[in-house]
Design a protein around this ligand. Structure first.
Ligand code: ADP
Ligand code: MG
Ligand code: MG
Length: 307
């Protein structure tokens, strides 16, 4: 089991002279296998939280940490994670290294690339993850991590173990994996044969985001407003995919959303309300229902009254 831990996270807009702080001490823990909804009014700092976790250059982190805690077995049964490499501060790492540690931070959509199929693009992303992982875990002599037996992770699909030797995941092997994941997500296979510049609709882009998360098998996925602009059918497809990430891969989900709507389909274990760059309130799924009935003002009144 892996844990993503935001610890007293403070952030502001980079290079801004009239410094306006956006995040004011965010504390949050998401374990693999859990679904957390991060809600809150517009402008409360939800997207900034996601972007800071992703390492977006527009923000300076002035205080706090974004930690990933790993356990043996998180990268498959044969991948040994040494004791001294089980906790990492993502803020010290490049975005591709964060992905290599099992944190999925949203779909990169390289619309400029001519003639590249979705499938090829996704295979590159998967290979980059394995490559980054080998590099982060190689020892001082440059030896790759030892491969040993370890316990079952407890999920139906154990993490993909990666290339048998130093090589890449080949085209055939990847196609096999892609088919499995598309079946898991109930997606049409012709999707992956399309070209990246073929003009995916808003809903298809969201589905691609879920597909990429399925292929990368992250411990934790941060999904920002994946429900925005979806009609009800697409919302249900995307929601089914998110549930499959959790139920079949054990991925922990940090689902950022302004609206309660998607939570009818992706039931959160925990709900957090962000106000003014802090988590103002946390609860179970009933908190989201209360927000739908009463809006966010109620939380504000509640928090500032008792503060
Ligand atoms: P949310 O996703 O909750 O709607 P955001 O994290 O996008 O909120 O924004 C929080 C606040 O920070 C808003 O007031 C927004 O205008 C401001 N902000 C976010 N990013 C930037 C930026 N790059 N430059 C200037 N202000 C920003
Ligand atoms: Mg603080
Ligand atoms: Mg936002």
């Amino acid at each position: 089991m892996a844990t993503l831990e935001l610890k007293n996270l403070h952030a502001e807009v980079a290079g801004d002279d009239e410094v306006e702080k956006i995040l004011n001490g965010v504390d949050l823990e998401v374990n693999s296998g859990e679904i957390h909804a991060l809600m809150g009014p517009n402008g409360s700092g939800k997207s900034t939280t996601a972007k800071v976790i992703a390492g977006h250059p527009a923000y300076d982190v002035t205080e706090g940490e974004v930690l990933i805690h790993l356990e043996e077995g998180d990268f498959g049964e044969d991948f040994e994670i040494p004791e001294d490499k089980r906790t990492w501060n993502l803020l010290d790492l490049e975005p591709n290294e964060r992905a290599a540690l099992g944190v999925f931070l949203g779909f990169q959509y390289p619309a400029e690339i001519e003639g590249v199929t979705m499938s090829n693009f996704l295979r590159t992303a998967v290979n980059a993850k394995f490559e980054g992982r080998e590099e982060l875990f190689e020892d001082e002599e440059g030896e790759e991590p030892e491969r040993t037996e370890s316990e079952d992770t407890g999920f139906d699909t154990s993490p993909m173990e990666g290339p048998a030797d130093d090589g890449e995941i080949g085209v055939a092997e990847f196609q096999q994996l892609l088919s499995e994941k598309m079946e898991m997500l109930d997606m049409d296979e012709k999707f992956a044969r399309r070209y990246l510049n073929a003009g995916f609709s808003g809903g298809e882009k969201k589905q691609n985001e879920v597909l990429q998360a399925a292929l990368l098998e992250p411990s934790i996925a941060v999904l920002d407003e994946i429900d925005s602009g979806l009609d009800i059918d697409r919302l249900q497809d995307v929601s089914k995919g998110i549930n499959a990430l959790r139920d079949e891969q054990g991925t922990g989900i940090l689902q950022i959303t302004h609206y309660q709507r998607i939570l009818d389909y992706v039931e959160p274990d925990h709900v957090h309300v962000m106000l003014d760059g802090q988590i103002a309130k946390s609860g179970d799924a009933s908190l989201a229902e209360k927000l739908e009935d009463k809006g966010y003002d109620w939380v504000r009144e509640d928090v500032y009254q008792t503060a």
